[in-house]
Design a protein around this ligand. Structure first.
Ligand code: TRP
Length: 333
């Protein structure tokens, strides 16, 4: 008898807030795309999460579209993976309520991202910003994934999702799978080009600090030329050379060369030439992605077909889990 081997399941989401950066690409998205053959992947654009900070409605809508289009341009294949928009599957918000009533204020108060974000948006410390990890737990638990690829800044949120799931299962009976974090074998942590002790962020006020995946060639090269290094000279990775180390990491990640090879390739060169070479390599890598993106975003009806089909597929799974949870809690269905 031919037994089909079930692929392990993977779930991840990305917020449509601001333009995705080289950091998102090299640090996370490249890994998502590499997982598509080995795993049964579900990826969502987390629009509900994005309104925990205030969004301009017109920009917000266009960012949701462009995030979907960009994921496709990067190589997310809707025939292999499920791509959808979080708010199109209402079970996310609905399960989030069930989970909220089973999550303690005390455990949520420990979340470091809430502390950082509420300091940054002091004029809008809303309840959603606080309960954001519960919604994220719902995103995850609905699909019973084996693995969730997350960056270091989301590890604490994944841990609380596991805690919430374990507690729910203990109180009401088995509903949720306890997901494991997925730590990719490769994946560069890309730092800000202006302050290399900080992570590259799409919400940085300094536009020179990050490279957007859709920046044009001249902009990319200009930003790399302006990248902060140090006054010592010498192109090698070292703790006291965060700027140079970051550029070496980026170059290695886009070219697929090892850090050692990169160091020897550039040894003896001045910073000016080095920064230009990194900028050109990044521009070469991103150019075809930008071109594909321009084509995809032009065809809104095809884009809509893809994300609607994704939502329909996702909802089949999500509804099953959600109703099971409702039933266990005692709701009349
Ligand atoms: N909070 C995540 C971020 O900002 C995005 C996210 C939402 C997510 N739901 C998720 C990531 C579920 C993994 C799984 O990066």
């Amino acid at each position: 008898m031919c037994e089909e081997v079930q692929k392990k399941k993977v779930l991840s989401c990305i917020q449509p807030s601001g333009m995705l950066t080289l950091g998102n690409y090299l640090g996370a998205l490249k890994n998502w795309l590499n997982m598509q053959d080995e795993f049964d992947c579900t990826f969502a654009v987390a629009d509900l999460h994005a309104i925990t900070v205030r969004q301009d409605p017109v920009k917000f809508r266009s960012q949701i579209y462009s995030t979907c289009a960009l994921l496709l341009a990067l190589g997310l294949d809707p025939n292999k993976s499920t791509l959808f928009i979080q708010s199109h599957v209402p079970e996310h918000a609905a399960l989030s309520w069930l989970l909220s009533c089973n999550t303690q204020l005390g455990e949520m108060s420990r979340m470091t991202q809430f502390k950082d974000k509420s300091a940054k948006h002091a004029d809008n410390v809303n309840v959603g910003l606080f309960s954001y990890p519960v919604l994220m737990a719902a995103d995850i638990l609905l699909y019973k994934p084996d693995f969730v690829p997350v960056g270091a800044d989301q590890k604490q949120h994944l841990e609380i999702a596991r805690d919430i799931a374990e507690r729910f299962n203990r109180i009401y009976g088995e509903v949720f799978t306890i997901p494991e974090p997925y730590i990719a074998k490769t994946g560069a942590k890309v730092m800000s080009l202006q302050d290399p002790d900080k992570k590259m962020s799409k919400s940085d006020d300094n536009l020179n600090a990050y490279v957007a995946i859709l920046d044009d060639r001249d902009t990319i090269i200009r930003k790399f030329k302006r990248a902060v290094t140090d006054s010592e000279g010498g192109i090698y990775v070292s703790e006291d050379k965060p700027g140079v180390s970051n550029l070496i990491g980026i170059y290695s990640a886009v070219t697929g060369k090892t850090v050692k090879d990169t160091e020897s390739e550039f040894s003896g060169l001045g910073y000016g030439d080095f920064k230009l070479a990194v900028g050109e390599a990044v521009a070469d890598e991103l150019a075809p992605i930008k071109q594909r993106y321009e084509e995809i975003i032009k065809d809104k009806s095809e884009l809509e077909r893809i994300y609607k089909e994704g939502a329909a597929r996702a909802e089949k799974v999500a509804a099953k889990t959600y109703f099971k949870a409702m039933k266990k809690v005692g709701f009349v269905l």
